[in-house]
Design a protein around this ligand. Structure first.
Ligand code: ST9
Length: 614
């Protein structure tokens, strides 16, 4: 039986019942793909993910790719190759790709819903399939000649990578030392060592195109002195794509990792013994800005990957809890011969399961909400309108999705494992692997601390608070428009939960206010910025809780409405949506008041403490 437990019902609930995608698919910018087709895509991808893609994620964890130092190549295990071929043969990678590259228009919301299904089943496989996406970046940013390369990449389904990190340049990309030397024929030779390169070497494709940040001779320091180069593993004839010979980029080691072993992570040496030829992207020295077009997409992907792992982790835990008989009912503890019950009868198990459900479904709602904002950007652009407000909201929420999403997923996956007791620690169950595979999500594509700084300094301060204000306004409008009760007079209406959301939103606003005051003070006293640094992750996580609380309650309002006419399994589904939202509001949102208080207390003590006191 597949390890992967999908949740298509909840994906459809968000897309079609809450976010109203039926009205958007099939018209305007998305005329080619209507709601019925969207549902069909999700059903097909779900089947593929569960039945054909999931198994090899486990097999490749136990029997991971192997590095041959003699040839500097990596071979992947056969089951992974078979699953990868099945996925690529299905042509799903065409969704969202530009038409010029043989793609099909696809609303981002549908794309990311599909992504969740594949990322939950086999995250490495999804990442290996990213070559066409990278080709689309060349199509957008490259010269006419380079767009030919993009075409070859798609025709021949080459792999691709993003190459930023160096041994002494991790979060601090601007410290990179890899050099780029101009050649008389207009190409460049790259020299240096890059590390932690995801899928930097493998044998799933005949060629791999590396997107490399390097510093041209004479360029300035920092990220602004970096340019982006297209560097293939094999040189090729740009007109036909035929391979000509090995380029001077070689894997020098395959990292042995905690998890996500199916996805190769390698060190790459450029120009060691043989020139590593590359082309300057778009013939423009604008590397960091260009690379961020990949990074932003990859951050969305990483958040979705984390959330997909939590969802299947929770559903595996739920399956186990429903059948595992252990202990007696707490209310009958005094009866020695009371019958043994399934562990779903135990209050602490229920508390944990409902917490996991609320986060898993709330985070899914967050992914699809952000993706819906991306739909909106496309719709506005197609209509020739200014999509600035939607872009600001998307930018604000990306570090939340990536940073908060990965932290909460990892934290809650530990609770999923806990439900299985000692059995959860065994490889017979998938959760120990999920935890190992998901840990990387808080680390790569910018650690949580980097997301927190991006969120505060770039997405709030530099934005002059516009997007955050718009988000809070949207939440308050929802609260103002929502009825206080469910109208049946039985006292289980949403008023209390809505009150908690209103308070949490105010707590978030107050925390941002404290940090803005410290940021302003740092203009006179530079060290005041330390207090901002001490609060940044707190603010990011608080924002995540507020947005997830809002989206859960928004979903609950829809569910409450639908429940009146629901039949069959939908009754339990809608009741679960209402319960999860209320539970989150009751047990998570009040914690923000304490966080607000802590944020206000943060002082200079920690930064003044001598290092040897730690
Ligand atoms: C990595 C690989 O981790 C992980 C594996 C990923 C898998 C790859 C697959 C991805 C695609 C998947 C597709 C699948 C498809 C499948 C299809 C199948 C159907 N937003 O603040 P400043 C820019 S790789 C936008 O001064 P510093 C901006 O241009 C390693 N732009 O920064 C800015 O200039 P300006 C990942 C931004 O202090 C300039 O940068 N490594 C943003 O110089 C300078 O900004 C990391 O992520 C932004 N948010 O440098 C690095 N921020 O201001 C983490 C900056 O004029 N470190 N720019 O606009 C950082 O992010 C640092 O904060 C830093 C700091 C490097 C930016």
């Amino acid at each position: 039986m597949s390890h992967y437990r999908s949740n298509l019902r909840d994906l459809e609930f968000n897309l079609f019942e809450v976010l109203g995608r039926d009205a958007v698919y099939g018209s305007g910018a998305f005329a080619d793909l209507d709601g019925a087709t969207g549902r069909d895509v999700l059903r097909q991808v779900e089947r593929l993910a569960v039945e054909e893609l999931a198994d090899s994620a486990v097999l490749a964890d136990r029997d991971p790719p192997v590095f041959d130092p003699r040839t500097a190549t990596v071979s992947v295990p056969e089951p992974l190759r078979t699953a990868f071929t099945r996925f690529m043969d299905g042509g799903w990678w065409r969704l969202g790709l530009p038409r010029e590259l043989g793609g099909t228009d696809c609303p981002p919301s549908l794309y990311w819903a599909m992504a969740e299904l594949v990322l939950g089943a086999n995250p490495a496989l999804w990442m290996y399939s990213s070559g066409p996406f990278f080709a689309s970046v060349i199509q957008r940013l490259g010269t006419a000649r380079q767009r030919e390369i993009a075409r070859r990449m798609v025709d021949r389904l080459w792999g691709a990578t993003m190459v930023l990190t160096e041994p002494d340049a991790g979060s601090d990309v601007g410290a990179a030392r890899t050099r780029a030397l101009p050649q008389p024929d207009g190409t460049w030779h790259i020299e240096g060592v890059k590390r932690f390169i995801t899928n930097g070497e493998h044998d799933l494709a005949e060629n791999i195109v590396h997107f490399v940040l390097a510093r041209p001779q004479g360029a300035g320091p920092g990220t602004k002195g970096l340019s982006l180069f297209i560097v293939p593993k094999y040189d090729f004839d740009p007109d036909t794509g035929d391979l000509l010979g090995r380029n001077g980029v070689h894997a020098t080691r395959l990292d042995r990792k905690m998890g996500l072993k199916a996805s190769t992570t390698v060190e790459l040496a450029f120009g060691a013994g043989q020139p590593a030829k590359g082309w300057l992207m778009g013939d423009r020295h604008d590397g960091i800005r260009q690379m961020f077009q990949v990074i932003e997409f990859a951050r969305m992907m990483v958040g979705t990957k984390a959330i997909a792992a939590l969802s299947t982790g929770y559903l595996n835990a739920l399956d186990y809890a429903r059948s595992r008989v252990q202990g007696g009912d707490l209310a009958r503890a005094a009866e020695r011969d009371a019958p043994r019950v399934t562990i779903t009868h135990h209050p602490d198990v229920r508390r944990s399961l409902m917490t996991q459900k609320a986060y898993a479904e709330g985070l899914r709602a967050l992914v699809l909400y952000v993706a819906t904002i991306q739909d909106g950007i496309r719709v506005e652009e197609a209509a020739g309108e200014d999509a600035e407000a939607a872009r600001g909201l998307n930018d604000l929420l990306l570090p939340v999705l990536k940073g908060y999403g990965s932290e909460k997923s990892y934290e809650q996956l530990a609770q999923s494992l806990q439900i299985l007791g000692g059995s959860g620690y065994l490889q017979e169950y998938p959760i120990e692997q999920y935890i190992r595979d998901a840990k990387i999500d808080t680390l790569y594509e910018g650690t949580t601390a980097i997301q927190a700084q991006d969120f505060f300094f770039r997405k709030i301060v530099r934005d002059r608070g516009r997007a955050l204000t718009a988000l809070l306004r949207e939440i308050r409008t929802f609260l103002a428009d929502a009825p206080d009760g469910d109208g049946d007079g039985d006292g289980d209406g949403p008023a209390a939960a809505h009150g908690r959301l209103a308070r949490a939103a105010s707590d978030l606003e107050a925390m941002a206010g404290v940090m803005l005051a410290d940021a302003a003070a740092s203009e006179r006293a530079p060290k005041a910025v330390y207090r901002v640094g001490l609060n940044a992750t707190r603010l990011l996580l608080a924002c995540g809780d507020v947005v997830v609380g809002y989206l859960l309650l928004r979903g609950a309002a829809v569910a409450r409405h639908r429940l009146a006419t629901a039949r069959g399994g939908d009754v339990a589904f809608y009741r679960g949506k209402i319960a999860a939202a209320a539970f989150f509001a009751d047990t998570v949102l009040p914690l923000l008041t304490a966080q607000r208080e802590i944020a206000g207390h943060v002082d200079d003590t920690l930064m003044e403490l001598p290092e040897d006191a730690f």
